[in-house]
Design a protein around this ligand. Sequence first.
Ligand SMILES: C[S@@+](CC[C@H](N)C(=O)[O-])C[C@H]1O[C@@H](n2cnc3c(N)ncnc32)[C@H](O)[C@@H]1O
Length: 503
Amino acid sequence: MNFYFEAAKTLDRLDAKEGSIKGIIATLPEKDRKRTAALVIETLKFKPVLLEVIDKSKLMKEERKLASKTLALVLVHDLLLARGIQAGDGPIKQAVLRHKTRLHGELQKLKIKRGVTSNEQLAQNGDERAASIPRYVRVNTLIGTTEDTIETFVSRGYTLSDPFSSSKKGFSKDPHVPDLLLFHPSTTFQDDDLYTSGKIILQDKASCFPALVLSPPASSDSVVIDATAAPGNKTSHLGALMKNKGKLFAFERDKKRFSTLKMMLSKAGCTNSFPINADFLTIDPHDTRYSSVTHILLDPSCSGSGIVNRLDYLLEAENEGGTDKEERLDKLASFQLKMIQHAMRPFSSKHMGFALRPVPNVRKIVYSTCSIHATENERVVRNALNSEEARVGAFRLAPRSEVLPTWQRRGYPDELDSPGTPSCFSHSGMKLDARFTFTGDASSLVRCLPGEDATNGFFVSCFVRDNRQQSTSKRKMSIEDDTNDSLLHKPRKKKHKKNTLDK
Ligand SMILES: C[S@@+](CC[C@H](N)C(=O)[O-])C[C@H]1O[C@@H](n2cnc3c(N)ncnc32)[C@H](O)[C@@H]1O
């Protein structure tokens, strides 16, 4: 019976929105994890049906021993839809069995009402768009080469063919992402030794874009931050692009996800990475450890609305609607904006009592989400471009030619330009002067649409420092007392006569 208690507890945690299905299942004790996961997922697939059957049969009213409805759900699932309740006789099992005939009867009535003949037809099915997403495999070049990996697959009976060939044994090279292979969507690699040894990484194509766009140099003086790293797929991709040279700081604020991050980076052989269990927003831009950071990857928590090939659709029936959803998106957007603003602050060292007015060393920031909502994408980018941090740091959007130029689906211009979203505030709360309001070109932005692009929904933007403006601000730069700097969290009096952006 313990196994049923564990499954019921897991369903309660999902109800309480403590995490995603995959995330919560990963925290279950290893013993029985697979079995519990299967029962939880199957119960969720049939949850609306099982709830209706339980209500109609009056099981909960007549059996007071069944204090928890989620426990009833998993037991009734096994009674009606599996091989029966797999537990020794006891009062709880007996309570359910007393209603066996009525429960079966209610299930039959429901099938007739819905015009279906098999139990399977009652299941909630996943998003159909998932079926058009190939199984993407990124070769981990920190451990092996793409050529060797292709040879291994060929020796196992796979054949290199056209992308999207319908053959289950066909595979191909991705035309946009180097070292990425595409297989038939039904292919699984969970137990494959290439996967368990870290030689291949199962990563959706779109999720490979951010590291590719950031492309930090593979040199010993490269210093890079992945601000929101767990589980670590993009971090190990960065490590691979850097050829394990230089330093790669990987921040993760969640303790459990941090453990996963460390495990994934070690499995991937990412030896230039330094995982840090901390909130990126608490990192002091003056901390000398980060003074020479030049590239930052920001892939913060988002609504995940672009992900169509995971199990969380099973929870959607209970998700919030209209206003709640908008409120949640607004909250996420304001957090995402804060993260970009923090990344734009100068990561440079200060010297005894005096500081050069800090100009960020950071040259490139990639911001990405797996959301399809403009609230978390173009509008966040627009607000970031209009922030005090972007103005002082002279950040602008990198042109299309530097951001996957051959990818056709770009950002939504109306959303990048549209007025009416919150006005621009600096991190210190000062409303910005309207003269600073400007936007970028939506063709600088990358979008991916599930069902259209053979990927999950995704968004990528890339901020770079404007060299022309950077040299202007360097000319103006003077030695100042460091208490006189707005970017050290103290609002300063506006004393500039003319802003460089006015030109
Ligand atoms: C979308 S996931 C990142 C996925 C990761 N980039 C990958 O590709 O494997 C966002 C992660 O950022 C973490 N996170 C959110 N806010 C953070 C913050 N302020 N500082 C550090 N980590 C944060 C979350 O706990 C979560 O693990």
